[in-house]
Design a protein. Structure first.
Length: 128
């Protein structure tokens, strides 16, 4: 499901959008990205990272700061996804708290999906 190996994180590309890992991440930030890549979207067979919903990750002291967007406003899984992120990251060594900022710039678009994500969706019968 995920893209969490170091090489795969290095290769994440979300089209012309300035989101995702940029190669300047600390080891702990890379680990946070990898853990986020294991959290499935509750509606479709992709991770939150594969869905390009995670825009940025930073860690200051022991606080993980996550910039997250949603494919639509009013997402019924809004709180569920927040809870999953907090639950997943709070178990990590070096992370004591998680702050999540929902951002709408850039607005999420299916154009952010890479070819692998598109293929997985099509194999699952989800049209783009």
């Amino acid at each position: 499901m995920s893209k969490s190996s170091k090489t795969e994180l290095d290769e994440l590309r979300f089209g012309p959008f300035d989101i995702g890992p940029d190669g300047t991440e600390t080891e702990l930030e890379r680990a946070v990205w990898a853990n986020l890549d294991e959290i499935p979207d509750p509606h479709i067979p992709l991770s939150l990272v594969e869905m390009a919903m995670i825009y940025d990750v930073t860690v200051e002291d022991t606080v993980a700061h996550i910039d997250l967007s949603f494919p639509c406003m009013g997402c019924p899984a809004y709180e569920f996804i927040h809870d999953d992120i907090r639950g997943c990251l709070r178990t990590m060594s070096g992370i004591e708290d998680v702050e999540i900022d929902v951002v709408w710039d850039p607005v999420w678009s299916k154009d952010m999906l890479d070819d692998d994500a598109r293929e997985k969706l099509q194999e699952s019968g989800i049209a783009l």
